[in-house]
Design a protein around this ligand. Sequence first.
Ligand SMILES: Cc1cc2nc3c(=O)[nH]c(=O)nc-3n(C[C@H](O)[C@H](O)[C@H](O)COP(=O)(O)OP(=O)(O)OC[C@H]3O[C@@H](n4cnc5c(N)ncnc54)[C@H](O)[C@@H]3O)c2cc1C
Length: 594
Amino acid sequence: MAGFAPRLDDINFTLNHVADLEQVSKLNGYQHADPDTVATILEEAGRFFSEVMAPLNQTGDQQGSRLGDDGEVKTPKGFKEAYDKFVESGWAAAHMPAEWGGGGLPYLVGVVIEEMFKSANLAFSLAPLLTHGAVEALVRHGSEEIKKDYLEKLVTGEWAGTMNLTEPEAGSDVGALRTKAVPQEDGTYRLFGTKIFITWGDQDLTDNIIHTVLARTPDAPPGTRGISMFLVPKYVLDENGEPGRRNDYKVVSLEHKLGIHASPTCVLSFGDSGEGAVGYLIGEELAGMRHMFTMMNAARVGVGMEGLAISERAYQQAVTYAKERVQGRPIGAEPTESVAIIEHPDVRRMLLTMRAYTEAMRCLLYFTAQEADFATHDETEERRKLAEDRLALLTPIVKAWSTDLGVEMASLGIQVHGGMGYVEETGAAQYLRDSRIAPIYEGTNGIQAIDLVMRKLPLEGGEVAREFITGMTTVLEEMNDFEELGESRDQLTTAIQGLAETSTWLGERLAVGDYDSALAGATPFLRQFGTVIGGWLMARSAVAAKREPADAHPSFLSDKVNTARFYNEHLLPQANGLIATVEGGNDLLEEASF
Ligand SMILES: Cc1cc2nc3c(=O)[nH]c(=O)nc-3n(C[C@H](O)[C@H](O)[C@H](O)COP(=O)(O)OP(=O)(O)OC[C@H]3O[C@@H](n4cnc5c(N)ncnc54)[C@H](O)[C@@H]3O)c2cc1C
């Protein structure tokens, strides 16, 4: 397995030219995060994740986490030491809220740190991802007492958090969950029920684990309206606020799965002894789904990041291999003139496809993260509202488009390796295995597409999506200044028109109540939307690169323009190929017999 080092040139370029780090650093509370300071921080972060986390990726995969005879999970060799360093060095808290002991960096910078961790070691990175979700839920909805007792230790990473939604009969349909929460006279609750697939549901890295658990109170109405959110610690805190007695739940088993072997995926049984697991209500009773969405939106962007991160890692590995592997020769060359496979046009096509999609995903992720910062920190209500709308529209696209591409790019990475990609030695196969979960958890990609079409497209009578799509056309005029971008501009013009057409068609289906046709086209529509946004943001990259002074990083800038052109001229045309699929309707699906 090749090592990993973040491509800081592309990361910094995207932060400053596609997202607007300078503007973000002027927001109240973020003034310490100016672009120069951030560049230095990211260099340090890159070193940490390359040197400490990346070397544990393959060994973590081979050893996996295991359930000991004592009922406790044991993580792979080296994970505990690496986690301690992660906490001590402050990376765990870097973009956590400053008032609770965090570094207070913008979310935009936090996602870059997350990206590096995920590229270095995807399975390991899931532990802090879920802790961040728990922090967000407590900051927004926790009582003062809960905040005082739990937040600081979660923020620093001394304790870890989890998300407990799924049950055997409640997957995509979270409203079907049955776990019970019985109120006690002292204001606490006792929880009874089984949760499955709980990521990092137990581990030996932290002194306590703080589970956020969805459950039903006794007279709750059916469905999502009857769900409340509870905090259930592994160890109930004693009078000094320290982990005390073991709470009443147990780890029944760990799943054996395709990838992310180092991440323990637990079946948890609450109230196993009959006493019930001690839980504390987070926020209001029956508002659990609303509160959980606070965690889920950030977690969905975080999972979208997994698509980008695994693509980056797979791309780096594929380039290294393609430069070393000697096989075949150019047409007409002598039999003795074998070349490295990176010389073959088809291999170069695969590599540039990987790089172009990876950079396009990076653009989308950073642009979305910046909007999250504007939504929470901008002074004007108008900008906050615009950012909230964009965030709502983009979240399902970030999650589903990026994670589908993550799998495809990891698969392409294997193809570059030929047979050596299919065997485990090079590590290329691990990337594909690890990537495959991302389109499934945090709401399957099918559910994301439904969210996009049924909830996001109709926002403000369709105005949010219309404005966003129209807004993409402004780059076309800027592209006119550069003859080299002419073909890209023509392709982007056509693709934006195609997206406007399918959005209108879907809007019309919804307006007449033909939901099945709209739902049948939802997944290809999301793919089309993501592909076009990628084209728009890569076009912005190309324009920015063309505008940089000629003597500033000439090879990086010409590569950037070349990659953006490849995206827009070779990959983007596929977007309009999806129009027929989006508008294909439901008739054939309905008539099919299986
Ligand atoms: C490794 C791993 C880690 C996980 N981590 C966590 C965790 O930490 N916490 C947690 O709570 N859960 C976790 N999950 C659970 C995960 O979120 C669920 O697996 C996911 O939500 C899908 O639910 P399901 O598996 O029951 O599939 P199902 O809901 O049965 O879906 C099966 C298929 O049907 C489709 N489908 C379902 N309903 C609809 C619909 N209404 N319309 C159209 N299509 C539909 C889905 O898109 C999917 O393709 C994890 C799962 C795994 C495998």
